[in-house]
Write a protein that binds this ligand. Structure first.
Ligand code: SAH
Length: 348
């Protein structure tokens, strides 16, 4: 294992844990608050800049803890909409990608939750090389901290929709959500955070029981178990009935409307029949549907639905009083789809 990760990862600790650490090394508890503020509000990159701490304490911190820091490896800026895509290097040489998007309601960051992914969805580039490892809470946080520092602009929305399956990294995801929404840190409202899952049913229910205010997005993409199995291997483990039940459970526990993501693949799931089946499937759920024109990846031969099919699909849902939007396709000129930038980087 890399030298630095033998030390304790201080950025993954909450204030209570940090206070415990200070007690252990014989420091007053108010130091914990100061350090927490340096890490999570001032976004310090080193212990040496924590200039209201006595020098000996800074040295003790240096010896015993690591301050996780992602290194910017590459940046692409979209000429069409200003979207920025970042490739960050982790302490062990692995790389992850994050995306910064500017909307009228604020800046949104899409973060990765794992290095690679083992879910195997057929249209997704992130999963082509399998799962390397899960990210620590600090590594999820620092994607946001780093981007806020690089752009000089406040991040107000977070979507956990980059590479990886967040509910396959459950404990670290939960810790990340606690740290990012905590009032002693960046204090990003849970209502402005969306976690997207391919549908790991037991963990969706577990998340519901945490009673957070985040939005849960479910990658649905098909309206029958047979068709979903062709696109998403996870469908072999959980049926659509179980999935919809888990969504209902999430809504009843949290009061938060579910988002269904539906990637439209030309000739595969974009017909009138698909739309009708979708309506029947989700009619009872308090939800919002996000239609995503599939972003074709070179390794697979899926094609985008044509515009008329997309609009027709949307109209059908609307006529049945289902909330629906077509996802704005941002950053297509810069390898916008999950995992594309990282893959290209690895090949080079
Ligand atoms: N593992 C999680 C989150 C990461 S993927 C999940 O499955 O939800 C984020 C979203 O992008 C998912 O809805 C996923 O199905 C979708 N996606 C992946 N590859 C895509 C592609 N090539 N075109 C369109 N959407 C894609």
């Amino acid at each position: 294992m890399n030298e630095i990760m033998k030390k304790k990862d201080i950025k993954s600790l909450n204030l209570i844990e940090l206070t415990e650490e200070m007690k252990k090394i014989g420091e007053k508890s108010f130091r914990a608050k100061q350090i927490y503020d340096w890490i999570h509000v001032k976004l310090a990159d080193s212990f040496s800049e924590m200039n209201n701490l006595p020098k000996p304490l800074r040295e003790t911190l240096e010896e015993n803890y690591t301050l996780v820091y992602l290194k910017k490896e590459a940046e692409q800026i979209s000429k069409t909409d200003g979207t920025r895509k970042y490739l960050f290097e982790l302490y062990d040489g692995n790389v992850v990608e994050s995306v910064w998007m500017k909307y009228h309601h604020g800046n949104s960051v899409c973060i990765s939750s794992q290095v690679g992914c083992r879910m195997g969805c057929k249209f997704c580039a992130s999963t082509l090389d399998g799962l390397e490892r899960s990210l620590e809470p600090s590594e999820m946080l620092d994607q946001i901290y780093r981007i806020q520092k690089l752009t000089g602009e406040r991040v107000s929305n977070i979507v956990v929709m980059g590479t990886g399956e967040p509910l396959d990294n459950y404990e670290n995801l939960l810790k990340f959500l606690e740290l990012i929404s905590n009032e002693d840190g960046l204090h990003i409202s849970q209502r402005n955070i969306t976690v997207s899952t391919c549908g790991i049913v037991p963990n969706m229910k577990k998340l519901a029981d945490e009673a957070l205010q985040i939005t849960l997005a479910l990658s649905l993409h098909a309206t029958t178990d047979e068709k979903r199995k062709l696109l998403m291997p996870i469908a072999n483990r959980y049926s659509l009935t179980e999935l919809i039940d888990a969504c209902q459970y999430y809504f009843h526990k949290t009061g938060r409307r579910i988002t269904f993501e539906y990637a439209l693949v030309g000739g595969v799931n974009d017909t009138d029949q698909d739309a009708n089946e979708l309506i029947t499937l989700i009619r009872q759920v308090n939800c919002h549907v996000n239609l995503i024109p599939v972003n074709p990846i070179a390794e697979r031969d899926y094609v985008e639905s044509d515009r008329s099919h997309i609009l027709n699909f949307k109209n059908k849902l609307e006529k049945n009083k289902i909330n629906v939007t077509i996802r704005r396709e941002m950053g297509r000129d810069i390898d916008g789809a999950c995992g594309q930038l990282r893959r290209r980087h690895r090949k080079e």
